[in-house]
Design a protein around this ligand. Structure first.
Ligand code: SAM
Length: 188
């Protein structure tokens, strides 16, 4: 298949931009799959900051990192991604947001428009030229449509001379299939 599936394409975008030594953010650690993926890309000299508001997600992420022997490259933080600027003070090369709820856990604990936008704005202000933010937008749950629409309104208004915004979506898929918003800084 030439057209990569949404989750695969999200990882391809990150792989293309992240190098050894980079500082990157997993804004929604969840079960830790993306954190491990990022930790492999930044190498021994890089750093992954992973955020989640649920202790269960922090534990799952720490376990997965430990199994892969990648713990030392990561700071796994029990805090909302809206607080990213408190924890990450260096320039950011890339970030991923995997929105919605933690699979296998309480489906009412979901990412929310205001906090997602605060985090996005904050990471964008620390994003290096050539850096990328990838957002996987799930919107089938309660509140998902509001978050999707708030994000689309925000990113559509970003200045095109400084920032590229891509939407990657299979428009013939049913059941609120997730799609990607990718944001690339091209100018300070
Ligand atoms: N990337 C994850 C993985 O690889 O397994 C999946 C993430 S899951 C779809 C979404 C996660 O976002 C949940 O674990 C949820 O607790 C978390 N979340 C919700 N609000 C948050 C916030 N304000 N800051 C950080 N994480 C949040």
């Amino acid at each position: 298949m030439k057209l990569e599936r949404v989750l695969d394409y999200a990882h391809t975008l990150l792989e293309d931009v992240i190098s050894e030594g980079d500082c990157v953010v997993d804004a929604t650690a969840g079960n830790g799959y993306d954190t491990v993926f990022l930790a492999n890309l930044v190498g021994n000299s890089g750093k992954v900051y992973a955020f989640d508001i649920q202790q269960q997600a922090i534990n799952a992420t720490n376990d997965r990192l430990s199994q892969a022997d990648l713990t030392s490259r990561c700071a796994v933080i029990l805090a909302g991604h809206e607080e990213v600027a408190t924890y990450v003070t260096t320039p950011i090369k890339a970030a991923i947001f995997n929105l919605g709820y933690l699979p296998g856990a309480d489906h009412t604990i979901v990412t929310k428009p205001n906090t997602t936008l605060t985090a996005l704005d904050s990471i964008l202000s620390q994003l290096v030229i050539g850096g990328v933010i990838v957002m996987i937008i799930y919107y089938g749950h309660d509140g998902g449509l509001e978050e999707r629409d708030a994000l689309l309104t925000f990113v559509a208004a970003l200045p095109q001379k400084k920032i590229n915004v891509l939407r990657y979506e299979f428009i013939n898929q049913k059941n609120a299939a997730p799609f990607i918003i990718a944001i690339e800084r091209i100018k300070a």
